[in-house]
Design a protein around this ligand. Structure first.
Ligand code: HPA
Length: 264
């Protein structure tokens, strides 16, 4: 059975709509990852809480490789992630949902690849899976949930928030939203040919935009108030994803391995 996984970000620590959920710890060569596997409308869904139960892991301490490797080991082919973001673009307000379509990576100290012993360069022209994106757009329409269908995500290292000057720079680059966790999660999924898409929830205006100070508790409150909407959107999208994959993500490693290309 093809498996879809949900990676829950800030405010989404449990799916609590899965039937008969079973907790499992999956050991990988990068470390262990805890997941819950259950049924939703006859689909097997794997749920992974990115920050751990009780939000104990900050963005720079998340074991992104263990998480994605565990999902790969479980036979997951599609991942939908949720992620809290600050808005840079004035059209994006707190409480809005944004379906990411591009990213710019400003992280500094993370392990970004599974391939340390080989030159593997995956294509990231379109980092988010078009098939899952379409399902999320269709789900939002069906549920009458307002959704920004595109958004450029800027990923920062954290855990501090950005300076006002950094946010101004990101605005000049065309960034719409800023967060700390989508990279390398999205990249690692592509590296193992898992389709990946992320729904961002705007929890605040980014630093310097509203003039006030940023507070994490305000963000968590915003996320909590929207968590049922996020879950409905994800689960509905999961049911709309077509059976067989026709996107390029599933063949991301074809032609990406330089060593193999040279010896062919
Ligand atoms: N900056 C970085 N990460 C975030 C923000 C922000 O303003 N809001 C939610 N996650």
């Amino acid at each position: 059975m093809m498996r879809t996984a949900i990676i829950g970000g800030s405010g989404v620590y449990d799916l609590n709509i899965l039937v008969d959920p079973k907790e499992r710890v999956i050991d990988t060569e990068y470390g262990a990852a805890k997941v819950k596997i259950g049924l939703y409308e006859d689909m097997e869904i794997v749920f992974l809480s990115r920050h751990g139960e009780g939000h104990t892991l900050p963005p720079h301490k998340i074991n992104y490789r263990a998480n994605i490797a565990a999902l790969k080991n479980l036979g997951v082919e599609r991942i939908i992630g949720t992620t809290a973001v600050g808005s840079i673009n004035a059209d994006f307000k707190p409480g809005d949902f944004v379906l990411l379509d591009q990213f710019i990576d400003f992280t500094k100290n993370r392990i970004h690849t599974f391939y340390d012993g080989a030159a593997v360069h995956v294509d990231m022209t379109n980092p988010y899976c078009p098939e899952i994106r379409k399902s999320v757009i269709d789900a939002a329409k069906a549920l009458k949930i307002d959704l920004h269908e595109k958004g450029m995500y800027v990923c920062t290292e954290g855990p501090r928030f950005e300076t006002g000057a950094e946010i101004q720079m990101f605005a000049l680059l065309g960034g719409d939203v800023v967060g700390m966790t989508n990279i390398p999660e999205c990249v690692l999924a592509r590296e193992v040919e898992i389709c990946y898409s992320a729904i961002a929830l705007v929890t605040n205006q980014a630093a310097g935009i509203s003039g006030g100070e940023l507070s994490h508790s305000q963000m968590i409150d915003e996320m909590k108030s929207k968590q049922e909407g996020v879950k409905a959107l994800i689960m509905n999208a999961a049911t709309l994803i077509p059976g067989g994959r026709k996107c390029l993500c599933k063949d991301a490693l074809r032609g990406a391995h330089i060593g193999e290309l040279l010896t062919k």
